[in-house]
Design a binder for this molecule. Structure first.
Ligand code: UDP
Length: 242
């Protein structure tokens, strides 16, 4: 296992293979009941952190920041400190759910609209009939709402997947983290929508060609502003204007 971190625009990324991330980091954390907070950061998140000091602080509080997004891996090569592997949040979440099912660890699913959250839970129960679901709640609430925090706390989950989009999900986690005794917390963006069947992930070939971002743009053109941020990120890396 490498302990190395690669810092891109002041965000320290874990430089680790997927295998080591699970076997040497996350699984041992889960079995020791260690409370952890993970951010899967893509170029949009790095840019958001650059533009917003409060958000940067929220991201940097994470125990692990892993490189989600091809842009981060390309950037690491450009600065001469290549990151070994891209670690997409979606893949981490699905693998952890499978692991939780096999190891009798419970999961809480917080986020997405009420109907998508329900559809997501139905689908997860089909895919993982033995999974211990500690609880679930939709994602449209005030970030200070104590009822939501207490509901999650009472459920006492081993893993907490927070699908509120960035920066809401990271803000919620860091705001309330100190109220929990245990739990592996991670923000998972639009992942519930994908599993619920509301948003399709790019076909395998597009993913292989590192063109998932283009597929998303074609399918959800309202995201063009986000894509511009990815270009700005790449341009800054290439010209070293961090
Ligand atoms: N969302 C939510 N509460 C909010 C805003 C968004 O639960 O106040 C959900 C939204 O329904 C979606 C997810 O957060 O399920 C964010 O998805 P998006 O694709 O924007 O996130 P990304 O994957 O791009 O971070």
């Amino acid at each position: 296992m490498t302990n190395e971190r690669v810092t891109i625009m002041d965000i320290p990324f874990l430089n680790i293979s997927k295998l080591d991330l699970f076997n040497q980091v996350i699984y041992p954390n889960l079995h020791k009941n260690e409370k952890k907070y993970m951010v899967t950061a893509n170029p949009e998140i790095v840019m958001l952190a650059k533009e917003n000091a409060d958000f940067k602080n929220i991201v940097k509080q994470a125990d692990y920041i892993v490189p989600d997004g091809t842009g981060i891996v390309i950037a690491s090569k450009i600065i001469g400190e290549p990151i070994v592997e891209r670690l997409p949040g979606f893949d981490i979440m699905t693998q952890l759910i499978g692991y939780a099912e096999e190891n009798e660890l419970s999961c809480y699913f917080l986020g997405a609209s009420q109907s998508i959250n329900q559809k997501f839970i139905t689908r997860i129960k089909e895919l993982h009939p033995h999974l211990l679901i500690a609880g679930n709640y939709h994602g449209f609430f005030d970030l200070d709402d104590e009822k939501v925090v207490q509901a999650v706390r009472k459920a006492n989950p081993d893993l907490v997947f927070v699908a509120l989009g960035s920066p809401r999900q990271e803000t919620w986690i860091t705001k309330h983290y100190h109220k929990f005794n245990k739990g592996f917390f991670m923000g998972v963006g639009g992942s519930f929508d994908v599993i619920a069947g509301e948003v399709k992930r790019a076909p395998e070939l597009w993913i292989k060609l590192n063109l998932e971002w283009l597929y998303r743009l074609v399918k959800q053109p309202f995201r063009w502003r986000r894509i511009l941020k990815v270009f700005e990120f790449m341009l800054r890396v290439i010209t070293r204007r961090f």
